[in-house]
Design a binder for this molecule. Structure first.
Ligand code: ZN
Length: 132
């Protein structure tokens, strides 16, 4: 079972909690045991799992990534978004979560985040569920 989801981002750098969407899709799939892959098909976005309870964690991730990958840095890529490509590769474009008893196994504070690094834009992510 696979589905493409549209997401509209509102800033250049943004982490959006997509856990409720993923959980709802898992319920709809009626898969009791398996694996859920969350993937983003863009070169300047990413998917990560981290704390969703305290919003300052998202802000710290964005700030520290900006320290590591500054917007201007004599990059060879001339589109003006080299930092966004680097952030995307550092974080990664997918996450995998185990499904047990019909639900995602996530820790109490864990949430699945869509990461925008070159917004605002219309974006997509894909959820694919494997039964097994
Ligand atoms: Zn580019």
């Amino acid at each position: 079972m696979k589905q493409v989801f549209d997401i509209k981002t509102s800033s250049r750098n943004q982490l959006i909690d997509i856990t409720p969407t993923v959980e709802e899709f898992v319920k709809l799939s009626e898969v009791e045991s398996g694996i859920c892959v969350i993937y983003t098909p863009h070169t300047t976005t990413a998917i990560t799992i981290n704390e969703n309870a305290d919003p300052s964690v998202k802000a710290d991730i964005i700030r520290k990534l900006a320290d590591i990958f500054p917007h201007e840095d004599n990059y060879q890529h001339l589109e003006g978004n080299a930092d966004a490509h680097l952030k995307s590769s550092a974080i990664g474009c997918s996450e995998t979560v185990v499904i047990a008893d019909g639900s995602l196994i996530l820790g109490t504070w864990q949430g699945i985040m869509f990461c925008e690094f070159d917004g605002p834009r219309q974006r997509r992510f894909i959820i694919k569920i494997f039964n097994g």
